[in-house]
Design a protein around this ligand. Structure first.
Ligand SMILES: Cc1cc2nc3c(=O)[nH]c(=O)nc-3n(C[C@H](O)[C@H](O)[C@H](O)COP(=O)(O)OP(=O)(O)OC[C@H]3O[C@@H](n4cnc5c(N)ncnc54)[C@H](O)[C@@H]3O)c2cc1C
Length: 492
């Protein structure tokens, strides 16, 4: 006979109350709302952390909802992956270098901060397969119209009408991306990356590889394995097996009208931090984040402790060693390393089977072949016919012996090993924006959609709205927000 056990109602209630209090907080989010957040602590001073501080101030200024904002940066300079490098007395972008004309946050920041814009000129492009150039275009600096016509003809001759399908593919993605600048009254605040991508109709592009998406869009295999492979390798150091969305974003990096900030894109981060009334802690690496008594305790390698109502991670968590208590759980992700090697010297034309260095295109891209030791080589500055500065991207370090083969003379070399961007997959998986169900946020969860200066800002804007709505019940449709959105449209 089965024994029937009956609990009186009071005991059941007690059990519920006791068990909910011993559950880890991440399983039982008790979100406390308060009229004001005393201190927001942001780990990382790149575009994600700096634009987050900007949007937090901007979106709450009419109600003064945010007290102190602290940004922690382990390096001695802000800007993260928009750093510059100085070689041979000149300074060049070492990481995030070009910005799309429809990257409206970046453009708006640049206007707001009175920064100057420069538009890099188009050099010649060659696709190298290890033994020959499959195609070479001409340098488009002078006689623009004629040369651009000639280049289009060359490309059409090799890739045919399939080329015409590239643009609509990029435009559809861009059109959907523009939803992130629409009126905030009709744009929700997103708790997850999936929601954010589904709302803008970009999610489906993260389900298949770029190769699959392009074949479905009717692009010819030759165009995919040559020109688009070169673009994807230059922009994300990866093959056609990256997700369709990351691939489409990378392809947009070959559009017309690309620009950069004169003197370095890092100035956007620096300017935003300066204008957002932030306490900046340089050379201060955060090693642990603990949720204690309703706030977050951040400990840095310098031995300092900071107590914050809201903590935000604005850096990829994949290679940093921050200890979280209670522990957090996010999908495993590995970063794609890109080795950026800067060389002042002159290339060896013999390496490319040529007599003269003038015949080598200013940007040499490579197809997907594991035996090729570099992804791209591009001229950054031409001092004379036998003295130039080059940027080389590769998946493995460029050893001296390799440089000796590639170059006739080498005067100076600088190497940077970037943990550059996520190694993209399809279907893609995403970390949540809220790491513990409470007030610990992760801006770079969005990097698995695409990693750019603008996507950092777009993610940060959403996280700023998320913080304000979750902490203070602020629906972020204030007049300031409306004004900001209309400014973006008026200016552009
Ligand atoms: C080689 C390369 C080329 C690129 N090209 C382009 C391009 O042309 N156009 C484009 O739009 N994008 C490009 N990108 C991508 C773009 O640069 C990045 O997506 C963007 O800059 C990321 O900004 P972020 O603020 O999210 O991260 P980051 O810039 O990485 O900022 C994170 C910051 O956090 C700091 N940090 C990390 N851990 C800690 C800690 N524990 N305590 C304190 N501080 C910490 C880091 O030092 C860093 O400064 C490129 C990237 C690379 C590497």
């Amino acid at each position: 006979m089965v024994k029937q056990i009956r609990f009186p109602l009071l005991s059941i209630l007690l059990i519920i109350i006791i068990s909910s209090s011993i559950l880890p907080s991440s399983c039982n989010p008790q979100i406390t709302k308060s009229p004001k957040i005393n201190k927001v602590c942001i780990i990382g001073s790149g575009i994600s952390g700096s634009s987050l501080s900007h949007f937090l101030r901007k979106y709450s200024e009419d109600r003064n909802l945010i007290g102190e904002i602290h940004i922690f940066e382990r390096n001695g300079i802000v800007g993260g992956r928009t750093a510059t490098v100085t070689i041979g007395g000149d300074t060049f972008e070492a990481g995030g270098s070009i910005i799309h004309p429809k990257n409206y946050h970046a453009l708006n920041f640049t206007h707001l901060l009175n920064l100057k814009i420069k538009t890099p000129s188009d050099g010649s492009l060659g696709i190298w397969d290890g033994s020959q150039f499959l195609i070479k275009t001409l340098d488009n600096k002078n006689n623009r119209k004629l040369i651009s016509l000639y280049n289009s003809f060359r490309l059409f001759f090799r890739y045919g009408l399939s080329l015409l399908k590239m643009d609509p593919f990029i435009k559809t993605m861009l059109g959907n991306f523009l939803n992130y600048y629409t009126d905030l009254e009709s744009r929700p605040v997103f708790e997850t990356v999936e929601e954010m991508l589904k709302w803008s109709k970009l999610y489906n592009l993260t389900r298949g590889t770029l190769q699959e998406e392009l074949i479905e869009a009717g692009l010819a295999p030759k165009l995919i394995s040559e020109l688009i492979t070169v673009i994807t390798r230059i922009n994300y150091g990866q093959s056609m097996s990256i997700s369709g969305l990351a691939g489409a974003v990378s392809m947009a990096g070959s559009d017309d009208g690309l620009w950069a900030v004169e003197g370095g894109n890092w100035q956007i981060a620096a300017g935003l931090i300066k204008h957002s009334n932030v306490t900046l802690h340089l050379h201060e690496e955060i090693e642990s984040v603990s949720h204690i008594g309703g706030s977050y305790e951040l400990n840095s390698t310098t031995g300092n402790t900071y107590s914050c109502g809201v903590a935000v991670v604005a850096t990829p968590l994949d290679e940093v060693k921050i200890r979280f208590s209670p522990p957090i759980s996010i999908p495993e992700r590995r970063l794609q390393h890109t080795h950026a090697t800067f060389v002042r010297g002159i290339l060896n034309p013999g390496y490319f089977g040529m007599n003269s260095v003038v015949n080598i295109p200013e940007c040499v891209g490579t197809i997907e072949d594991p035996s090729l030791p570099f992804t791209s080589i591009s001229v950054l500055k031409k001092y004379s016919e036998d003295d130039m500065t080059y940027k080389i991207f590769s998946r493995a370090p460029m050893e001296d012996t390799l440089l000796d083969q590639l170059f006739r003379t080498v005067k100076e070399v600088i190497r940077i090993n970037w943990g550059a961007y996520p190694h993209y997959h399809a279907p893609e998986v995403f970390s949540p924006f809220v790491l513990d169900g409470l007030h610990l946020y992760y801006v770079n969860a969005f990097e698995n959609a695409a990693s750019t200066i603008e996507t950092g800002a777009v993610a940060a804007e959403n996280v700023a709205r998320l913080i304000l709505s979750r902490c203070c019940g602020h629906t972020s449709t204030s007049s300031h927000l409306r004004q900001f959105v209309s400014e973006v449209h008026v200016e552009l």
